[in-house]
Design a protein around this ligand. Structure first.
Ligand code: UGA
Length: 438
């Protein structure tokens, strides 16, 4: 199928290269001309495992290319996918301006019979609005529209796209469903099926999924607060709770809380949407509060361990919002950095991928090229993301380089015994016994 993809962020670019790898003919475009130029030269604008290979393969085979305008991208396309980003919530309705602008443009240039697929995360009713805008803009256009939300995770985006847990199509049109079945046909194997529904349910399902993941994490963090006070170990508690197949072990990791471009934003978007519709979704407000509290709790542990922060050097290991990505949007590490800096600490950060991006966001942050450089002279190391490189560090060497021997593990990532055996004081999250034994 000939497919146009509008927007080349994580969703658009990954979807584009994945569909090209399945044999479709894909043309991507973006409102940012520099990004289009970069992609046309074969360079991805962000890091994602497997992305570079699929990008090169697609471009070499001729199945993937990038166009400077929506007009050029949608010319002759049977399917047009809207993957335009949405700025963080709090900007109200203005956050969908980029989506509307792309829709007006595509309506003017799309081919007769086109199927428009909305992949951006949008509130329920947006697909209906898009349909309305296309009709106003181009009354003669024969088209169908489908909401097909994307559930890919950064750092696993290619595998999540090519081996999805679920594929969703929300439409009122049989032609829309048929196009999606054809588009995803290579993925509909081994019992995997397309969940067909109405557009509003499809749209809401995406916000609902992200908000539920956030609820699980906040539940674990609230449990951590109780575990700390009661002498239990939250990692043991969630291990037992998560062994119930009705609950599942994923996303029960207590620590610094959830960050990133999606979870924090989507929790707020769903809460505000409910409010506008006359329902107070207090559960979601509470999830956000517990998430803020999780970061605050780790900051307090650092303060507790170091007494006055003025003149102390704190090293943050892992600056991305999670391991496996160079994305620092909504990164808990940066929230922590700002707080420690405001209290007078010198903060030095190290990350295998996200250092430069972090420095741009928090210019006062000192950047280290490697973990040892960050640890040298530090009064405390804080683990902020679960990079495998951190587990491989020689803990005795770490101890010998630091000014004070304190490790605050904001992700419960290291083995407590190993850290203590190296002569380091180990502070983690939600382990009450540890506080008692010091
Ligand atoms: C999230 C969803 O997981 C995807 O399904 C969705 O498609 C995507 O948003 C999106 O809307 O585009 P992502 O933002 O890549 O994906 O990040 P997650 O893997 O969900 O992690 C979010 C945050 O939660 C990270 O800061 C992570 O460290 C934190 N987390 C995760 C915890 O604090 N505890 C856990 O147990 C798991």
């Amino acid at each position: 199928m000939r497919i146009a993809v509008i927007g080349t962020g994580h969703v658009g670019l990954v979807t584009g290269v994945a569909l090209a790898s399945l044999g479709h003919e894909v043309v991507g475009t973006d409102a940012n001309p520099e990004r289009v130029a970069l992609l046309s030269g074969g360079t991805a604008p962000f890091r994602e495992p497997g992305l570079d290979d699929l990008l090169h393969e697609g471009m070499q085979s001729g199945g993937l290319r990038f166009a400077a305008s929506i007009a050029e991208a949608v010319e002759g396309a049977a399917v047009v996918m809207i993957c335009v980003g949405r700025p963080p919530a709090g900007l109200g309705d203005t956050s969908l301006v980029a989506v509307e602008s792309a829709v007006r443009d595509l309506a003017r240039h799309a081919a007769q019979g086109v199927v428009v697929v909305v992949k951006s995360t949008v509130p329920p009713g947006t697909t209906a609005r898009i349909e309305h805008v296309i009709r106003l803009e181009r009354p003669d256009l024969d088209f169908a529209i489908v909401s097909s939300p994307e559930f890919l995770r950064e750092g696993h985006a290619i595998e999540d796209t090519l081996e999805p847990d679920r594929l969703v199509a929300g439409s009122d049109s049989e032609r829309g469903f048929a196009a999606i079945r054809e588009l995803y046909a290579p993925l509909l194997v081994g019992g995997r099926r397309l969940i067909e529904t109405d557009p509003r349910s499809a749209e809401l399902s995406k916000l609902a999924s992200n908000a539920f993941l956030a609820l699980k994490i906040s539940y674990a963090n609230a449990l951590a607060r109780v575990a700390e006070r009661s002498g239990a170990d939250v990692t043991q508690v969630t291990r037992i709770v998560g062994a119930d197949t009705r609950i599942g072990p994923a996303f029960l990791g207590a620590g610094l809380g959830y960050g990133g471009y999606c979870l924090p934003k989507d929790v707020v978007t769903l809460e505000q949407l409910a409010h506008r519709l006359g329902y107070e979704f207090g559960l979601l407000r509470e999830a956000t509060r517990v998430n803020d509290e999780a970061l605050d709790s780790v900051a307090r542990k650092v303060e507790e361990a170091l007494w006055n922060l003025e003149g102390k050097r704190v090293a943050l290991f892992g600056l991305a919002f999670k391991a496996g990505t160079d994305d620092v949007r909504g990164a808990p590490a940066l929230g922590l950095a700002r707080r420690l800096l405001s209290e007078g600490a010198d903060v030095v950060g190290w990350d295998p991928m996200a250092g430069q991006a972090a420095k741009q966001e928090v210019p006062e942050l000192q950047l280290a090229r490697e973990a040892w450089e960050a640890a040298a002279g530090a009064h405390c190391v804080v683990i902020c993301a679960e990079w495998p490189e951190i587990v491989e560090l020689d803990l005795s060497k770490l101890r010998s380089l630091m000014a004070y021997p304190v490790v605050v593990d904001g992700r419960n990532f290291l083995d407590p015994r190993q850290v203590r055996d190296a002569g380091l004081t180990y502070v983690s999250v939600g382990r009450g016994q540890e506080t008692e034994s010091g």
